[in-house]
Every structure is written in C-alpha cells, then in structure tokens.
Design a protein around this ligand. Sequence first.
Ligand code: FDA
Length: 389
Amino acid sequence: MQFNTLILGAGAAGMMCAAHAGPGALVIDHAKAPGEKIRISGGGRCNFTNMYAGPENFLSGNPHFCKSALSRYTQWDFIDLVAQHGIAYHEKTLGQLFCDGKSTQIVQMLRDEMARARAELWLQTTLADLSHDESHFTATLMRDGQRVDITARHLVVATGGKSIPKMGATGLAYDIAKQFGHSVTETRPALVPLTFSDQPFASLSGLSVPARASTPKASFDEAVLFTHRGLSGPAILQISSFWRDGQDITIDLDPRGALLAALRAQRQQAGRRNLSTELGHHLPARLVDYLAPTLRTSGNLADQSDAALTTLTDNLRHWTLRPTGSEGYRTAEVTLGGIDTDGLSSRSMMSQTVPNLYFIGEAVDVTGWLGGYNFQWAWSSGWAAGQAI
Ligand code: FDA
C-alpha cells in the first residue's frame, strides 16, 4: 500500500501533524486508543497550553531550536482551534489553560481534524521493519496479526519519550533516529517527584505548602508536597528537570520574605506567645512540629533575640536537602533530552541528512516546564512538520 506520509505515534504531536500533512497520511499507534496521554493529562482536564508560552519555558541543548515552530504555531492558534470546536476552557493558574469538561474533548477534536484532513488511523499496529531508499520509506507493519507492507514518501516519527512505560511509552523514536544516523542526547525522567532513601517526610505525607524550590540553575515558586517517599508538587516537579544526581535542592518556606518582620512585630505585641504557636500561624503546625528539633523553636517570642529570629527565618528560607533519586520514568511526565536538535531543521523538524524524515514532539530534545508547555511543543512541532510535507 502506498501513502504520502507515514506518521508513527497517534499522540499529541502525531495527530496534530496528520491534521496538517495534506492528503495521503497514515497514522499508526500500538495503543488501543489515540492520545492516551492527553486523556490522562491535567487530572483528566488536559492543561492543553499556556498563555505565556515562549522559548524561555523550554530546556534543550539548543535553546533557540524551539523558537521557529513556537512562533509560527502559537498557543493562540491552538486556543483558536479549541474555541472553534466549542470546547470550554479556563485559566487555572499561571496562564495554564484547562478544559472545563474532559480532556477527551481535545482527543476528539484532534480526531475530527484528522478526519477532516482524510488521514487514516490504524490502532494496535506496530512497526516490524523500516528501510529507506532514495525516494521512499518502506515499512512492515503488524496489524491484526497480519503483515502489511507500505511505502511512504515522508516518514514522521512521533512516538514520544520514555515516560510511563505502562501507558505504552517506548524508545522507538531514539532507535529510529540512530538507525538513520542521528544522535540522541542523554535522556532522563523530568517533571518527576524526588525521593529520599530514608523517607524522612513519611510523617508529613500529604502536606502541601507554598514555597520556592531551587537548584543551582532554577527556582520555582509553587506548592511543595511532602510524600511518603520524598517531595512532589508543582515546585518540585519543575526543579526536577534541572536537578542532577548528587545535587542539593533548597526549599524556601517563606518565599515572600515576610516572616522575620511578622515575628518581630508579634514579639512586641504578644511576647508571651510560644514561638512554635506563632510559627503555626505562618506554616502548617505539622511542619512546625517536624522542624522544631532542628530549628530549636522552644520558648516564648519575648525570649528570642533579633539574632535568634534572623537565624530561625534564614534556616526556614534555606532548607537544604539532598534527594537520593527520583520516581523515574514510572511517573515522570516527560523525558528530558532526546533526538539531538543539531540534526534537524528548526523550521520543518526534518532531518538535515535524510530528506523527508521528520521527528516531532517529546522525542526531540525540547522539554517544556510544567504547565501546558509540553503539549504546546507537540502542537507547534507537529504543525511545523505537517506544513512542510
Ligand atoms: P505522546 O506520548 O503523546 O504520543 C506518543 C504515541 O506514540 C503514543 O500514542 C504511543 O502509544 C505511541 N507509541 C510509542 N511507542 C510506540 C511504538 N513502539 N509503536 C507504535 N506506537 C508507539 N503536558 C502538558 O503540556 N500538559 C499536561 O497537562 C500534561 N499532563 C501530563 C500528565 C501525565 C501523567 C503525563 C505522563 C504527561 C503529561 N504531559 C502534559 C506531557 C505530555 O503528555 C507529553 O509531553 C505529550 O503527550 C508528548 O506528545 P507526543 O505526541 O510527542 O508523545
């Protein structure tokens, strides 16, 4: 069978590409349904983009690579598409747009767009063999237990990264990249909870606090969640993309920097108040109890010198911890690293060395922050390849 374009992977990027790749596109996926990560994303409501998305929200070996696609198919283009399909949405926080209803509305929208473009979708289909000559790609597919040989002028690899193997993530994109002589940068789990081997926060499990989490390279002001095995919550997921094994992270439990002044004022007005009790007005009491032995919070406010209060608040602002690892690909939202952007055109996502071979979405070494940025990269890169075909 002949197609103009074979797209491997019916996820966010692959479906977007199929909707724009013109006639004769076939999308294959080994899963039972397309867009499974879209379905489970954003707690079932899909954080489909971010109003403030820009190149600065992405990590990549080449920070300039994502600029072209992001500027030619922007968050506003995707928001328009969502609106055209009558999907209601809202901003949750920090520019993050979520469906009012279910994330399956986004999957259906992409299916409708693919149908409009007359793209074919073959599910539960795997790639058994792939080769290439001057003008065509030849693929052997396994569909319903049958071998199907197809040829296509264009091949788009959109099989994503390694995160959540249980949902069907494989390293196929990296294998194909290597088969065609592309390099792949080091990959690691990102947007992932951090763990501590001695489970120091088990007693605080479930507690969430507003904080600033930092690594030497980045800081994020969002919630930190204590878990049985370590730390999670948006601030930790964000810094996990910057954290490296053996590094410390710092938690600032007073990100607005208002605590010292507040304690000093209270010392004037209510000097007899117990220091721990007062701290409990600014931080969860469970956390104050947990920190009490290290922070030496005994005594009344009136007993505390300026120096003591300064030391106390400094310690709360620089709580230094060394994670022993992360939860890994089992729960990571994305894969950091991937197909080296040096080998790709930033305009079309096409290989610089193999004409008509494209890599899009998470498989490429472009990783967004938490907050709708990764889907925006899938839409923008999928669109860019679709336009070029
Ligand atoms: P994606 O993974 O979506 O699609 C790849 C497709 O290829 C899949 O359908 C898979 O079945 C198929 N495939 C893989 N290997 C194959 C093989 N060997 N043969 C055939 N098919 C194969 N991002 C965001 O911006 N906002 C959010 O709210 C969230 N939330 C979120 C929650 C969770 C739990 C996760 C795991 C991830 C997110 N993300 C997110 C990240 C987002 O889901 C991710 O960045 C995009 O889905 C990437 O799109 P791709 O199309 O590149 O890969």
